[in-house]
Write a protein that binds this ligand. Structure first.
Ligand code: SF4
Length: 705
């Protein structure tokens, strides 16, 4: 093996681990953790360690095609650009859409957003990140005025109390779990609380597990808020100097929890024992250095934004934010969900964390010299596919994602694409549920072949580097987008020759007329030569001045929020039950999530035999009493049905789930297993503010098959 280790970044979860990769003379890729990367300090989880096994040509999309016929790139690009142009000409800009992905690199995302919002003139570009963290974005913006994660991973290691809510870190963000576990071994007094309806592997290091009923987080954190106030643990000085809305938030919390002396009604709704609830309240109250980590279990809900603000309220009331070992922390699911947020990959945001205000629309338009600037938010993911179904959107370009599996009410999504006038899919994988419905297929480069940047959950921007030559005729996503844009007549805005040139423009826009008025600013990284960009070391934003000490960077240490008043807002929130309740026909609640060794729809992790060995089949977890009630047998097959669809899965009987609640993984597809797409079961109910679907609460029935 040649001693030529190339530094790059893991393409799976939002931890954003640094990877070193080595390619042998026969093309075999070997990986190891990058000890110099601040996110993982050399660690990798099972998925990261198996990356080398997945860099193989099996299953790759090799050539462009139109209606199943192989064509060359010129023909494919001409076809896509002329069809998009003619549909826009005939039906207007909102008749076309892009559905993109947290798997794209920031530079890909940047040009995709620029094409739609600045040149075609529509905001109909949304991302699969809508499904995992858009509630956190909306919650941050309500409280801070910006979408800012205020802390960093080191805070987890110096906190005295870590509250993990709606987060199975042990399986979904394993390297962070390893870091926390190591910190607790060093400091056994550090306390860990897990709030989750399931007793997941994350509970293995927990001092306390609160198995709440799904969907009740707002009530739990409102109870905590009222308790903190009653114990006089609010910080009057902090509230007076830096916040607004504390009184209203407390009033709303007291509406949910009128009598703190008797919490029996609250415990009934939460499904918790009073003793454990009181222990949690007391522990949070007495421990100043507290970090609350939250993820999909909070976000994927019709009250996801309220849940986020209920958590933020508790930190703001006590001033536990912006200091070492303190603060709320949203962990993102995908490797570049954060980078997508930074360049406006969500339909309701502009680039560089700018908003659809008159002033910021004008700023972006001027900076881009944009001929046709979008002036209002576009359709969010579920709405976007509804508009395809209704015929309002006539052409959609899906990039690096598989919505026929991952969106809720997935059979409806499938039907929508079947009747859409033009479906373009750019992907590195040939056969997916979504590529099967494409009129045009465009081969994109895979993880080991492409180059650019990604941002992890702690706002750290790292380079992803090409380590092997491209497979077939695959091209970088940014190049494909720019070539289509140029053919639509937009040469002036898309004459980029490399990701470094796109990064340069992105960095410049972040500082454009900023002067401290916006959180996202990496203008200090302008002016990098190609070689400097190639060698760019991981750094945390903001970076308005090159060389700022980014290590352990925090926001809000001195207040300085981005609301009009410059104060953080405590937002009044009230508990609401999930949108669709259980009934006689669908008496059980289905929860969904990831398993340890697979990623999304398994197109890459499914290539590694050792990862498949962990859990080889789609399954549902069922409590022993529920199994008995519905005559389900361990390892038998079960037919699960909701108001939207059905699935056939293996039964796993375990007391790790609550009675009358089921858990099913998200990974299996129509390609890998005939009937195990969890998305086909899930209701399209979404949070009214964030548009995030309720993946954690689907009323279902179950019977043996
Ligand atoms: Fe990759 Fe996430 Fe595992 Fe790190 S923790 S190696 S980023 S999957």
């Amino acid at each position: 093996m040649q001693d030529n280790w190339i530094k790059t970044t893991c393409p799976y979860c939002g931890v954003g681990c640094g990877v070193e990769a080595n390619v042998s003379s026969d093309g075999q890729v070997t990986v190891r953790g990058d000890k110099s990367h601040p996110a993982n300090l050399g660690r990798l989880c099972s998925k990261g360690l198996a990356l080398g096994d997945t860099v193989i040509p099996d299953g790759r999309l090799l050539h462009p095609s139109i209606n199943g016929e192989r064509v060359n790139w010129q023909q494919a690009l001409n076809h896509v650009s002329s069809k998009f142009a003619s549909i826009v000409e005939e039906h207007g800009p909102d008749s076309v859409a892009l559905y993109v992905s947290g798997q794209l690199l920031t530079e890909d995302y940047y040009v995709a957003n620029k094409l739609m919002k600045g040149y075609i003139g529509t905001s109909n570009i949304d991302t699969n990140s809508r499904l995992c963290m858009s509630s956190a974005v909306a919650g941050h913006k309500r409280a801070f005025g910006t979408d800012t994660v205020p802390g960093c991973y080191q805070d987890f290691e110096v906190a005295d109390l870590l509250v993990l809510t709606g987060s199975n870190l042990a399986w979904c963000h394993p390297v962070l779990f390893q870091r926390i576990k190591a910190a607790k071994e060093q400091r056994p007094d550090m306390k860990i609380v897990v709030i989750d309806p399931r007793r997941t592997d994350t509970c293995d290091i927990a001092d306390m597990h609160l198995p709440v009923k799904p969907g009740t987080d707002v009530l739990l954190f409102n109870t905590l808020l009222a308790y903190l106030a009653k114990q006089n643990l609010h910080s009057p000085e902090y509230l007076e100097r830096y916040t607004e809305g504390a009184e209203q938030a407390l009033h709303a919390a007291h509406g949910d929890v009128p009598e703190l002396g008797d919490l029996s009604d609250v415990c009934e709704i939460l499904g918790l024992d009073g003793e454990i609830l009181n222990r949690f309240l007391a522990l949070f109250a007495e421990t100043e250095n507290t970090v609350t980590i939250y993820s999909q279990g909070v976000n994927q809900s019709t009250s996801g934004v309220d849940k986020v603000n209920a958590i933020l309220n508790c930190h703001l009331l006590t001033g536990r934010i912006g200091k070492p070992g303190m603060g709320p922390f949203s962990i993102t699911g995908q490797p570049n969900a954060m980078g997508g947020r930074e360049v406006g990959g969500l339909a309701n945001m502009l680039a560089a964390h700018m908003e659809f205000t008159e002033q910021q629309i004008a700023q972006v338009q001027t900076f881009w010299n944009a001929p046709s600037m979008a002036i209002q938010p576009g359709a969010k993911a579920v709405d976007l596919f509804d508009q395809i179904s209704e015929g309002k959107i006539k052409a959609v370009w899906v990039m690096a994602t598989n919505p026929v599996v991952s969106l809720p009410d997935a059979d409806k999504v499938k039907q929508a694409l079947k009747q859409c006038e033009l479906v373009v899919v750019s992907d590195c994988i040939a056969d997916t549920d979504t590529t099967r419905l494409a009129h045009v297929l465009l081969p994109a480069r895979g993880w080991a072949e492409k180059s650019g940047t990604v941002t992890n959950s702690e706002r750290r921007i790292s380079r992803q580097r090409a380590i092997v030559p491209p497979t077939g005729e695959a091209m970088p996503d940014w190049w494909i987008i720019c070539e289509v844009a140029k053919r639509m007549g937009f040469e002036q805005g898309f004459n980029f020759n490399s990701p470094a040139e796109i990064f340069e423009e992105h960095a410049a826009l972040s500082g454009y007329e900023n002067e401290g008025s916006r959180d996202f600013d990496i203008s200090g990284m302008q002016g990098l030569a190609e070689t400097e960009y190639d060698q760019l070391a991981p750094f945390q934003w903001p970076m308005a001045t090159r060389g700022e000490v980014s290590l352990h960077k925090r926001f809000f240490a001195e207040g300085n929020f981005y609301t009009p008043s410059k104060r953080a807002r405590l937002v009044p929130v009230k508990y609401r039950a999930p949108a669709s309740g259980i009934d006689g026909k669908y008496p059980l609640v289905l929860n969904s999530g990831r398993i340890r060794d697979q990623w999304h729809t398994m197109t890459r992790t499914g290539l590694a035999a050792k990862l498949n060995a962990h859990i080889p089949e789609p399954f549902i977890s069922v409590h022993p009493n529920t199994a008995k009630k519905y005559a389900l047998e361990e390892q038998g097959l079960a037919h699960v049905e909701s108001a939207h669809g059905s699935a056939l899965v293996r039964v796993q009987v375990t007391d790790r789930v609550r009675e009358d609640e089921l858990f099913m993984p998200i990974h299996w597809t129509g390609v890998t297993s005939a009937r195990a797409r969890v998305g086909a079961l899930v209701s399209p109910d979404v949070d009214a503010l964030s548009g995030q679907p309720e993946f954690k609460y689907t009323p279902v029935s179950v019977q043996p098959w």
